[in-house]
Design a protein around this ligand. Structure first.
Ligand code: VGL
Ligand code: ZN
Length: 214
């Protein structure tokens, strides 16, 4: 007998870090990320692990002088945008700084078969867990392939940025992707709605809650 559907399905918990949550008074706190949200993500992650799914995490992990921080530019305010080469870069409040408490992942690290850090190059942002804006591979694809994973269940923060970019790249790389909508929260309503539409349009299965996926 071949390997089972569970063995071939991986879970990616995207950027569940203090700085993105209200729970930890994060610098880039996403709406609705209170204790009950984080508890729900933790509970579901533990359930999936106990069913035998391999669990992975991405971690936004920036140096203090990162290009995405408004503080790295003169006369800029949070949420201003600038053009770099051909990209639009949103200037965020400093967040997930390497070594700071709020860069920590809020989910028990024993649950993970691998954690992929991203956004370490001061010159490039990396919403996607797979490639940064300079096209450098993070190693996530290799990691998943080493576990023979071809299907991904994705949830976390933020729907309109890192969840979307990670899910879109996963599809591009040939993975089947299932997104658990209620376990994702977005920075803003309009960008979250358009992110969900865009993800749907490339074949990502958007499911309201985990009970609909299993
Ligand atoms: C994220 C903005 C900046 C995210 C990361 O995890 O969605 N958003 N860095
Ligand atoms: Zn970031």
């Amino acid at each position: 007998m071949g390997i089972s559907i569970i063995d071939q399905t991986g879970v990616i918990v995207v950027d569940m870090q203090g700085d993105f949550t209200l729970l930890k008074k994060g610098s880039l706190a996403v709406q609705d990320t209170d204790q009950s949200y984080v508890d729900k993500v933790h509970t579901v992650t533990k359930q999936l692990k106990s069913k035998g799914y391999k669990i992975f995490a991405t971690q936004d992990f920036h140096p203090q002088n990162h290009i995405s921080f408004y503080t790295s530019h003169n006369d800029k305010a949070p949420y201003d945008t600038i053009e770099i080469e051909d990209r639009v870069q949103i200037l965020w409040p400093p967040h997930c700084v390497q070594g700071s408490d709020n860069a920590d992942i809020l989910i028990d690290s024993n649950l993970f078969s691998g954690i992929v850090q991203k956004g370490m190059d001061p010159k490039y942002d990396s919403y996607s867990g797979f490639f940064d804006d300079g096209g450098i591979n993070t190693g996530l694809e290799e990691l998943l392939k080493s576990f023979q994973i071809n299907t991904l269940i994705i949830f976390g923060l933020a729907t309109d940025y890192c969840v979307k970019a990670t899910a879109m790249d996963a599809v591009q790389l040939g993975f089947n992707v299932i997104l658990i909508e209620s376990l994702c929260k977005g920075v803003a309503e309009d960008t979250t709605l358009s992110a969900l539409k865009e993800m749907k349009s490339v074949g990502i299965k958007i499911i309201p809650s985990i009970s609909d996926a299993l």
